[in-house]
Write a protein that binds this ligand. Sequence first.
Ligand code: GLA
Length: 382
Amino acid sequence: MALPTPETFIPDLTVSAPGRINLIGEHTDYNMGYVLPAAVDKTIVFRFRRRPDVFRASFYSQMNQKGFTVSLDAISRSAQSWENYLLGVLAELSKRTDRVQGFDCEIESSLPAGSGLSSSAALECGLAFGLNELFGLGLTPWDLIALSRDAEHHFVGMQCGIMDQFASVMGREGHAMLLDCRSLEYSYHPLKLHPYKLVLLNSHVSHSLADSEYNLRRAQCEEGLSIIRQRFPVAGTLREVSPEMLLACQGSLSTVLYNRCAYVVSENERVLAAVDALEQGDLQRLGALFYSSHEGLRKQYEVSCPELDFLVDYTKKIPGVLGSRMMGGGFGGCTLNLVHEKDAEGFVGEITTAYQQQFGLQLTSFEGVPSSGVAVVGKKDA
Ligand code: GLA
C-alpha cells in the first residue's frame, strides 16, 4: 500500500507537540513527589488527513524516512521501537473510545531524539491530542496525559512517571510548572531568569541501559519504601518519608536502597526550595540546587555517566555559570545550565572544545525557552 509522501499530503489538521525541560525534580514523579518542568520550543509536528477506509491508519516519519500502516481493529506491538509510541497511543485510545477512524499521519520533528527532551512524550501526546481533535473524542487534557503515559508503560515497556506527558500537554510560554505528582495539583511559575538563561548541552550520548536501569530504579524505590513502611506504615509513598524517618530506617536498608530513597527525599525538598528561589529571584540559590541535584543523581541515584559528569564539573571552572545538572532519566542526553547571557557564547565555545578533547564527541547547544503545550497549528476549513 502506498504511504503518504510530502508531495501528496494535504492535511485536514496540523498539530505541534513540544518536548520538555525539567528545572529540577528528577525521578520524583513516579515516587509521587514534585517536579518543575516546562515545555520547550522544540516540537514534533503532526499532519493528519482522514482516510475513507475506516479501519486503516498510516504513519510516515520524516525523521526516520519510514512509514507503516496499521489496522485499527488489530493493534499489536512492533519490532520497531519508535512505532510502539504511536501504536501504544492507538491501543490506549481504543480502550476509551470507538470513534477513531481511518487517517494518514505525517510526522516531522525538530526535537533531537535521545537527548533527554522527551521526544517520546511529544510523539505520544501529539498523536493523542491530534486524534482527539480530528475525531471529536471529547477527551480532557488529563485523559490525554494519562493515556500517553499508559501507552509508554504497555507498549514501550518504560515504567515512566507522568512529568513528560504533563509538560508536553500543559506547557505555558515563559513559565515552569510545579506539579505535585500525588494530588496532580499544579501551578505556573514565571521563569524570570534575566540576565541569566538556560543553556542545554546535548552530550550526544545515549547509553543503552537507560530503560532497564530506569525500571530498576523504580523497583528499588518501591522495595525501599516497603521496608520503611514496616516501621512507618503511615508512609504510603516516598513522598511521605521525612529525612528523620529515613534515618531511623537506615539500619534496615541496604546501602543501595538507602541511597536511592535518600536521593528522592532530598530531591523533593530541592524542588520546593527551587520554587521559593525563583519567587525570591534568588538565582544563585537556584543554581546551587542544580549542582546538588546533580550530585544526588550521580552518587546516590547513580543515573549519570562520565560524559554528563564531565560537563557538569567543567562548568565550575567557567565564569557566569550559576548551576548545572543532568536532565531527564539519565545515562546521556542533555545537561541544563544556568548561564549569564553575556558569558553564554564563551561558555559554549570553551566547553565544546574541552568535551571534544576528552571524549572525541561534538556537543550541540541550544537555549531552553519555556513554551506552550501541544496545540493545533493548522486546520482545513470544513
Ligand atoms: C524520564 C521519564 C519521566 C521522569 C524522568 C526523570 O524522562 O519519562 O517520567 O521520571 O525520566 O525525572
